[in-house]
Design a protein around this ligand. Structure first.
Ligand code: PLP
Length: 841
């Protein structure tokens, strides 16, 4: 075995090249114990030996690291075993391609999924520490904007917990989602330097790096047999280095992988530049390469047409597909069988260049025929649409994409040429439809429609809630649905009940353990057994004790971050999500102002605390103005002694996953008030429901299914339906609605009087004027009277505490269909068709 060490370069040497023949290490593997004493020793050893610190003289960060390393040690063997199973034994696997993963913190999740909670808690107690305090020291991994990125994170948890061989592929942004602070009511953005202290949960795998090409040109070469091959030459290459993050399943011995690519310069410097004396130019190319994975674009549900964003997308797609092909070729000679062994799920159109890139790799690099390559591609790609908003539908200018990615662009053009030919056969003489469906638009300045590329290249196309999928099929993708109805399906989103109930709400979780047994954590249907207890006095009283403590914890967070003191006896009315006009945070503030004016007029309302939080895209002027408006209104209300103890309004800065873990167990009322037809699904709505909040909402996204699950009597419905929204446009007159409703007249008069201007009238008047405009796409004023009515019903029920508690319990009881365990089973049954892995626990 050692004979070939001399002939190999050191970086190609395998461990077994060095170990003498017959010497096996397998039976010497250390099996780490997970009792209290071993865990305690681990923490001490990591602090002193791995990190080189002593307790007397080190920052708290090191305590966190020592604990995290001790936990990480205990998932390493399972992780290795799972990777081997996925790469070698699994007959079929899925690669989930996503530009975003909003993971949040990892420690608590790992501790509980590995069932280390009790022992580790006891070990830390012996060291004078509490696990909870240690957990708070971890920085969120915020590699996503909002719902789409968090969904990817919940999917990974459920796949691992179901034992599905699914690998997440994404980008390791140096700077994740910006941190938000509020200065004089305005949003201020700060870079999220999340890797500053190092990241315990990633393992760099430089040996699996690959090269991604940009720029250059395409050369045509005629071969001896007359066929023509395409060579992509003179490219600027960027090295993609993978960092693996473990994804532990719940108590099942499975640890899946999230593989995040980081960009660095290639070692192959451009030699001609070198020789021409361009040494510094060649070396400084390193900077532009490292730029690719530098920063997450902070736009949620809206396109950012920057070239760097396109480079990021191609970088993710090319590196991930090369990795999948590499793994396949470890155990196979050619590509026969590949289409039966792989599925690539595209999280929105962001990774839809995968269609062109897989074609390029198969045709150019692996010399398959076009037809064979296309047959494989269209059997492995599956596309999830996340939005109907026109501003979110990605279109890249053909000129831009052609300059940056000449060869993939040629391939897109060829795919489109063949697709249009197919259309002439399938839908003859429907030229209008052909133009609408074409991947490349027929304009003077053509664009590549990424959704069309994804649809033409995929065998499955899904929306993310029943209503959304129907609207896709009847509206945006109508023509495609006529052509290929079998490709379209719905997969209603979910959230993982581990992070979003069991771990973020330990008090409720304990109660559930006691009354249901512990199986509910992996079989959420068991929650249905709560329904018969909804009216029991003793169960209600346990329920309310817990909810009160959760509200106290949120009140404390609010006090720390905003200085405002609220009582847990108030109705906690919560809207937290990205700031967007379609989500209508404005409705929520306008209601708060309505209650305020009522109180000043001497009318009674039950004490209410309105909490709003969310980040605005830095370039989204209107969303930022809404933040300012909320803060102005809050300033007036919170400082008015006349409403002391009756009404508080807070805009909580820096909404993220960890904040939501405190917020959702403490909400009484969940605000899900988007304009019907605009919110594809929503997942915040599901987290709240699971934790016992009652929803006030429109018939939009997954609200429809939430209301169906919990029963209409236990949901506060208001607002126009999708059809009514469509009808409303064209003859919409907010001025008449305002004039016809005294509540609205009083409300808008207060803004006109400058009650909330805080010396800076322009900004917030813009927001109010937009809502009053006949062209307001979000129809805020149209829904406002019904919203105020629904809020009155909320108050009426709230004043009957037993009735409210019953509703709260029923919301949790009927929330099981919004588990991502159910969502992943649906994807697996209809799209992925994977066999669950079984590994020793
Ligand atoms: C769940 C979640 C979201 C999505 O919220 P929606 O209300 O569905 O828009 C966004 N951000 C964070 C941090 C979340 O946890």
């Amino acid at each position: 075995m050692t004979s070939n060490t001399a002939s190999k370069p050191t970086d190609a040497l395998e461990a077994r090249d060095l170990i003498s023949a017959g010497n096996t290490w397998e039976d010497r593997l250390l099996s780490l114990q997970s009792d209290t004493q071993s865990l305690r020793d681990s923490v001490i050893r990591h602090l002193s030996q791995t990190l080189g610190r002593d307790v007397g003289n080190t920052s708290a960060q090191y305590l966190y690291k020592a604990v995290a390393l001790s936990v990480r040690d205990r998932l390493m063997q399972r992780w290795l075993a799972t990777r081997q199973t996925v790469e070698v034994d699994a007959p079929r696997q899925t690669c989930y391609l996503s530009m975003e993963y909003l993971m949040g913190r990892a420690l608590r999740n790992a501790v509980h999924n590995l069932s280390l909670g009790e022992e580790l808690g006891a070990a830390l107690e012996e060291l004078g520490l509490t696990l909870e305090k240690i957990e708070q020291l971890e920085t969120d991994a915020g590699l996503g904007n909002g719902g789409l990125g968090r969904l990817a994170a919940c999917f990974l948890d459920s796949c691992a917990s179901l034992g599905l061989p699914v690998t997440g592929y994404g980008l390791r942004y140096r700077y994740g989602m910006f941190r938000q602070s509020i200065h004089e009511g305005h949003q201020i953005e700060h870079p999220d330097n999340w890797l500053n202290e190092g990241h315990i949960w990633e393992l760099e795998r430089p040996e699996l790096s690959c090269s991604v090409r940009f720029g250059g040109r395409v050369e045509l070469l005629t071969q001896e047999d007359g066929s023509v091959i395409h060579r992509w030459v003179d490219t600027d290459d960027v090295r993609a280095v993978p960092f693996d993050v473990p994804v532990p399943g719940y108590a099942n011995g499975v640890v899946n992988t999230l593989r995040l690519w980081s960009s660095t310069a290639t070692h192959e410097f451009n030699l001609s530049e070198f020789n021409a004396g361009g040494y510094t130019e060649a070396v400084s190319a390193k900077n532009s390469a490292e730029n690719i994975s530098m920063v997450l674009y902070p736009n949620d549900s809206s396109e950012n047409g920057k070239a760097l964003r396109l480079r990021q997308q191609y970088f993710l797609v090319s590196a991930s597909l090369q990795d999948a092909l590499r793994i396949w070729l470890l155990k196979n000679d050619g590509f026969t069988g590949f289409a039966d062994a792989y599925c690539f799920q595209l999280n929105d159109t962001h990774p839809s260049l995968a269609v062109a890139e897989l074609m390029r790799l198969l045709v150019d690099e692996h010399e398959l025929s076009w037809d064979d390559a296309w047959s494989i591609t269209t059997r492995v790609m599956a596309y999830t649409n996340h939005t109907l908003l026109p501003e979110a539908l990605e279109c890249w200018s053909l000129a831009l994409i052609g300059g940056l990615l000449p060869r993939p662009t040629e391939i897109i053009q060829e795919i489109n040429r063949r697709f249009l030919r197919e259309l002439e056969e399938a839908m003859p003489a429907q030229l209008q439809q052909h133009a609408e469906m074409s991947i490349i638009s027929f304009d003077e300045h053509p664009v590549v429609r990424m959704a069309h590329l994804a649809i033409v290249g995929s065998f499955s196309i899904n929306g993310v809630a029943a209503l959304h999928s129907r609207l896709l099929q009847e509206g945006l993708f109508k023509n495609f649905n006529t052509l290929w109805p079998e490709r379209f399906n719905n997969k209603t989103n979910g959230v993982t009940q581990r992070r979003w109930l069991a771990y973020c709400n330990p008090l409720l979780s304990n109660l559930l353990d006691k009354v249901l047994g512990e199986q509910w954590v992996s079989q959420l249907e068991q929650l249905e057994q709560l329904a018969p207890m909804a009216e029991s006095d003793t169960f209600q009283s346990h329920w309310n004790t817990i909810r009160r403590q959760n509200k106290q914890a949120l009140a404390q967070l609010v006090a720390e971050r905003s200085g405002v003191i609220v009582s847990p006896d108030m109705l906690f009315d919560v809207q937290v999500k990205r700031m967007h006009e379609y989500k209508r945070q404005l409705l929520c503030v306008l209601h708060a102002v309505h209650v305020y004016l009522d109180l000043l007029d001497g009318r009674e309302h039950p004490p209410r605390f309105v909490l709003i939080a969310g980040k605005a895209a830095p370039g989204y002027y209107m969303a930022k103005s809404i933040i300012k408006l909320i803060n102005n209104v809050a300033e007036v209300i919170n400082n008015d002694e006349r409403v002391e103890g009756k009404l508080k309004l807070v805009f909580l800065p820096d909404y993220n996953v960890s904040a939501m873990e405190v917020i959702c167990p403490a909400a009484d009322l969940s605000e899900q008030v988007s304009t019907a037809g605009k919110e594809a699904s929503g997942t915040g709505n599901m987290k709240f429901m699971m934790n016992g909040a009652v929803t006030i909402g429109t018939l939009d996204g997954a609200n429809v299914e939430i209301r169906e699950a919990v029963g209409e009597a236990n949901f506060f419905l208001f607002g126009l339906t999708v059809d009514q929204v469509d009808e409303c446009r064209g003859n919409y007159s907010p001025a008449d609605i305002i004039a016809g409703d005294e509540r609205l007249s009083r409300l808008f008069a207060a803004f006109d009087d400058g009650m909330f201007d805080e010396g800076e009238p322009g900004l917030i008047r813009n927001v109010i004027d937009a809502a009053r405009s006949a062209h307001d796409s979000w129809l805020t004023v149209a829904d406002l009277p019904a919203y105020l009515d629904a809020q009155m019903q909320v108050e009426a029920v709230w004043e009957n505490s037993a009735e409210w508690t019953r509703m709260s319990i029923l919301n949790t009881a009927h929330s099981s269909r919004f588990s991502t365990d159910r969502t992943m089973r649906d994807y697996n049954r209809d799209i992925w068709r994977l066999q669950p892995m079984t590994l020793p626990e």
